[in-house]
Design a protein. Structure first.
Length: 178
């Protein structure tokens, strides 16, 4: 077994990435304070062929040294848009037939491992503030809430870690077999 060098990985160029078919998934970051978290989500979105990222509320936008540090160029490959009003965005996404899924612990959350993901459906995955989570008004507009099973003493995961786990699950279930 030998570790592969970067040039042996066969990664897409930014132009090739832009032309590649994406998963029918958009990410919505609402009021995410940490620019490092924002950059990390960009990097993971690039890895898993996410269609687009929407940055809402107080969420910082590229460029920025903290975002650049963790995104490692993914702000150039992943399409993104800043939208101040998340409620308006949710309305637009619903009009475009996206299923709105807030990633939050609620009394009716669906465990991520049990979520039925339909390859013909478009999805919008909403992640909220690092302390407050997804706003209740946004939860009220959601089609469902999804949570990741946890067994330890903490009640939540870092938002970028959580986003990575959820994106991986969608990538795993929606990617054609090789």
């Amino acid at each position: 077994m030998k570790k592969l060098k970067l040039e042996e990985l066969g990664r897409l160029s930014v132009d090739e990435f832009r032309k590649t078919e994406k998963l029918p998934v958009v990410i919505v970051l609402d009021d995410v304070r940490s620019l490092y978290n924002v950059g990390s989500v960009f990097r993971t979105a690039d890895a898993f062929l996410i269609e687009k990222i929407y940055l809402c509320g107080i969420t910082g936008t590229p460029p920025g040294k903290e975002i650049r540090k963790t995104a490692l160029g993914a702000t150039e490959s992943v399409e993104w848009e800043y939208v101040e009003d998340i409620k308006g965005l949710i309305g637009e996404l619903k009009e475009k037939n996206h299923r709105i899924l807030s990633v939050e612990q609620t009394d009716r959350s669906i465990d991520l491992s049990e979520l039925k993901i339909d390859s013909t459906q478009k999805y919008a995955l909403i992640f909220g503030n690092e302390v407050e989570g997804v706003n209740q008004k946004v939860i009220n507009m959601s089609d469902a809430c999804v949570e990741i099973q946890q067994e330890g003493t903490k009640h939540s995961l870092n938002v970028s870690v959580c986003a990575g786990i959820v994106m991986w699950e969608f990538f795993r279930k929606l990617s054609p077999p090789n």
